[in-house]
Design a protein around this ligand. Structure first.
Ligand code: NAD
Ligand code: UD1
Length: 334
């Protein structure tokens, strides 16, 4: 299939392109390079032997998008592009709503014009808010998000449901990611956060390489086995494979479907620290500090719908994730 990838040079999209190319798909990538680098295109070629087509375009730019897509046959769009820094979204809500929601609306209009009514969207478990129950099934009611980033995901989901209701010929897959970590086993591509990492694993790898002195563990008084927050960490390559499988739902003319992409296992912050230490033989100094506002105690998926309908399941262990995250970080110290 010819697949349009928005946010193509980003962390999750780059791993997904590798898996899509391995499965014979042709990629047309676009990105405005606001949070990634053009080098990623060469790195993908280094891994797969095939250079994806790439256009530097902003999804908010209607004319630019139309120009980039003119005359191309697109079977499906996988829409990753978006701003994702939770803290920044609190201080720049209008920029986040404009980029993520405005950009998605512009993209949907252009897709409709070029005759592509198939889209897979990168959503997040953040739409469950403080989940009504764990493990979380797709039927779990959506909740109150604690930041504008989360609301953009929740609102885009609603826009997609309304789009499908008005025009049922759209096929739409909403993928709710749990906590992606890890990197391609080659160490050639991975996650490269700007500034001080917000998320746990990038912070740990920066402590491991001496860039930061110690990890701050946000609270050990949660109602969890060891008191620290529990999350469903998923290897980015498993997540990438989930997108390849989601194409099957699109081909089966699924209408609109929501899938959780998680492993179904919850690990605490201390579990992650200790696994990282034992797999990589590196001590991670840490200090327990107050809870981070907006954090929840436990969040992990019930992935049975994805297993059943997409024939997808995560295969990488937490050990694999810790090994590959460190492999990437240690090979990319700059
Ligand atoms: P990323 O920042 O690495 O990738 C996003 C890419 O989108 C970047 O390359 C950025 O330059 C590009 N982009 C942003 N705005 C754009 C615009 N207006 N036009 C064109 N390109 C634009 O992030 P990621 O971690 O790979 O996340 C990919 C998607 O998955 C995002 O939508 C994110 O919200 C979602 N998601 C990520 C996580 C996570 O933990 N990483 C969890 C749940 C959902
Ligand atoms: C966070 C975002 C969420 C977003 C997701 C992926 C918040 C409140 N939530 O989720 O909206 O979709 O990232 O980008 O920011 N932790 C520490 N020390 C750290 C970092 C994290 O103890 O330095 C703990 C957290 O308290 C949590 C766990 O590690 O218990 C995972 O945190 P993180 O990686 O930020 O992911 P989420 O909070 O699940």
């Amino acid at each position: 299939m010819n697949i349009l990838i928005t946010g193509a040079t980003g962390y999750i999209a780059s791993h997904t392109i590798v898996e899509l190319q391995k499965n014979g798909h042709h990629i047309i990538g676009i990105d405005n390079l606001s949070n990634s680098s053009i080098d990623v295109i060469n790195k993908i070629e280094q891994i797969t032997g095939t250079k994806p087509d790439f256009y530097q375009v902003d999804i908010c730019d209607y004319d630019g998008l139309k120009l980039a897509l003119a005359g191309k046959k697109i079977d499906c769009c996988i829409h990753f592009a978006g701003l994702k820094a939770v803290g920044e979204s609190v201080s720049k809500p209008l920029e986040y709503y404009d980029n993520n929601i405005g950009g998605t609306i512009t993209l949907l209009k252009v897709l409709r014009e070029v005759g592509c009514l198939n889209i897979i969207f990168s959503s997040s478990a953040t739409v469950y808010g403080s989940p009504a129950f764990v493990p979380i099934t797709e039927d779990c009611p959506k909740g109150i998000c604690t930041n504008p980033y989360g609301w953009t995901k929740s609102m885009i989901e609603q826009i997609l449901f309304d789009t499908h209701k008005a025009s049922p010929e759209w096929n739409i897959v909403i993928l709710r990611y749990f906590n992606p970590i890890g990197a391609h086993e080659s160490g050639i591509i991975g996650e490269r956060p700007n500034g001080i990492p917000n998320n746990l694993m990038p912070y740990i790898t920066q402590v491991a390489c001496g860039k930061r002195e110690k990890l701050f563990v946000y609270g050990n008084d949660y109602d969890t086995p060891d008191g620290t927050g529990v999350r469903d960490y998923i290897h980015v390559v498993d997540l990438a494979c989930g997108h390849v499988k989601a194409l099957k739902a699109i081909c089966d003319k699924c209408g609109i479907e929501v899938f959780n992409l998680g492993t179904g296992h919850g690990y605490s912050v201390l579990d992650v620290i200790h696994t990282f230490e034992s797999v990589n033989g590196i001590k991670i100094p840490y200090e327990i500090v107050a809870r981070r506002p907006g954090d929840i105690a436990s969040c992990y998926a019930d992935p049975s719908k994805s297993q059943k309908m997409l024939d997808w399941r995560a295969t990488h262990t937490l050990q694999d994730m810790c090994r590959d995250s460190w492999n990437y970080q240690s090979k990319n110290l700059d």
